[in-house]
Design a protein around this ligand. Structure first.
Ligand code: ZN
Length: 238
């Protein structure tokens, strides 16, 4: 992965997407002094079968803030799109372009925008919509005339400084970040902060569940990247 950057913005659909896909790399980067912000399109309010959306939104927003803190991320913002039915289109691109102009990142991180997780495991519509809209918004953010109201009404001048877009959780990874034991421990703690969510889908303790899940994904990445624990990304240079 390129290392000559200072600011990144990660744009995903739901609380937990970054913890499943990228947290160990984020821990390593923030330790090295990089600034990383998180932008979530929803509060994941449709994610827990036993808890209606209003209550789930509050719980999951708090869990996401704690997760981010565990890997050194203090800035977590939420958009007002509706979990499960996010529409890929100009409204979403505009919201993401506005965030890109505020954060001025060199690296844009998002989550698997492909149809599947690889093979025949179908992805969710929200991941596809937000991943694709984020990749598109990297260009929108730099164009003064696509969403002219951002500069006119909100004072957000164009930002064309994104040099790479990195997709976590992609079935087609091209690059990887080697991570150490400390990074992995922090990523486990970060995913385990999604307690209500994990308890609803597993009988296991959140930390135990997180360790097993992240251990297996890093091992799969390691097989493809020289045998070392790694977080893999599909990189689109700009
Ligand atoms: Zn998700």
């Amino acid at each position: 992965m390129p290392e000559d950057w200072q600011r990144a913005l990660a744009v995903v659909a739901h609380p937990d997407d970054l913890e499943y896909g990228a947290a160990a790399a984020v821990a390593r980067w923030t330790d090295a002094g990089r600034e990383i912000g998180y932008l979530l399109a929803t509060r994941g309010e449709a994610g827990i079968d036993g808890i209606p959306p209003e209550g789930a939104a509050r719980i999951r927003e708090a869990e996401q803030r704690a997760s981010a803190k565990a890997v050194g991320v203090g800035t977590v913002e939420f958009l007002e799109h509706r979990d499960g039915v996010i529409e890929e289109g100009p409204a979403l691109r505009r919201d993401i372009a506005a965030a890109i102009r505020r954060h001025r990142p060199e690296l844009l991180i998002t989550f698997n925008h492909h149809d599947t997780w690889g093979g025949t495991v179908w992805n969710t519509p929200d991941h596809r919509a937000v991943g694709r809209a984020a990749l598109d918004a990297a260009g929108d953010a730099g164009n003064r005339w696509i969403f002219p109201e951002l500069a006119r009404d909100e004072g957000l001048e164009p930002w064309g400084g994104i040099r790479w877009m990195a997709v976590a959780g992609s079935p087609y990874p091209t690059h990887a970040v080697e991570v150490g034991d400390t990074d992995v421990e922090r990523a486990v703690a970060s995913l385990a902060e999604h307690q209500a969510y994990i308890r609803a889908l597993s009988d296991r303790e959140p930390a135990e569940y997180a360790r097993e899940f992240l251990g297996s994904t890093m091992e799969i990445a390691a097989r493809r990247f020289g045998g070392r624990p790694a977080v893999a990304f599909q990189l689109y240079p700009r």
